[in-house]
Design a protein around this ligand. Sequence first.
Ligand SMILES: [Zn+2]
Ligand SMILES: [Zn+2]
Length: 286
Amino acid sequence: MKFEDWHTHNSFCRHAVGSVEDYIKKAIKLNLNLIGLSDHFPYEFLIDSFPAIKGVPFKEYAMSLDEIEIYLNSLEKLKVSYKEQIQIRIGFEIEFIENQVRYLNAYLKNYLNRLDYIIGSVHFIRENEGLFAFDDSNYVKKYDDYKSVDIIFLKYYKTLCSMIKSSDFTFDILGHFDLPKKYNKRAENKNLVMNEILDILELIKKRDYTIELNTSGFRRPIKEQYPSLEILHEIYNLDISVILGSDAHHPDEIAFNFKTALEILRKIGFNKLARFKNREKSFVDI
Ligand SMILES: [Zn+2]
Ligand SMILES: [Zn+2]
């Protein structure tokens, strides 16, 4: 079967290598059926409404608001010019920040009808007046400020829970489900954290969201996919839909370890993967 990679970045976000076209060309070379372009949506809209954002280098995390139009125009052109060679889908990976969604939507609403899908992700947890960008390697030492890594996991899952429950935050795919494990962190009280996860999965099922199997974890100290095998089994038991994403920040990372990912999914029992067009879900057999 030909792979589809639904989570890729490019130089628009300033911390990924390669132009959008570089990623498309590489995906064609790898004989992919489809590439989803899902660069980070700007954080810039938060500057006025959310002082905590000033503590993080958000300009290195995403394109600016001015660039959204340029990004979408260039993707729409490339989609047409490469249509004989590969299917292209246009998306964004968007940060959920509690109580800030209306500020996000003021910008996002202008572009929604041009998107095939949205990956909803959480890369920050709240800390008093500030934010902890727990997946940024520059801040990994901050994990030590916490008495237990479980506090980070629980804060993270609480935020994820708010994202899923939010009536105004719109998304289709939940990105890198158990991201705080990235730097080889594991919950100490496994049951406590797993109970939170099970509640979240029930919610995801109810709202019919899709969960991404993100292979970037294989490139990180944790050396495994997001979510873990244990969580994937629960996802399967609840019949929640899944999709594959590499989270490529370099063209060489496109479809990274997808063969392994597919084997993992098949072994658990999954027999289909989700896909999106104009924000509508369909399925392909695996
Ligand atoms: Zn990134
Ligand atoms: Zn992400």
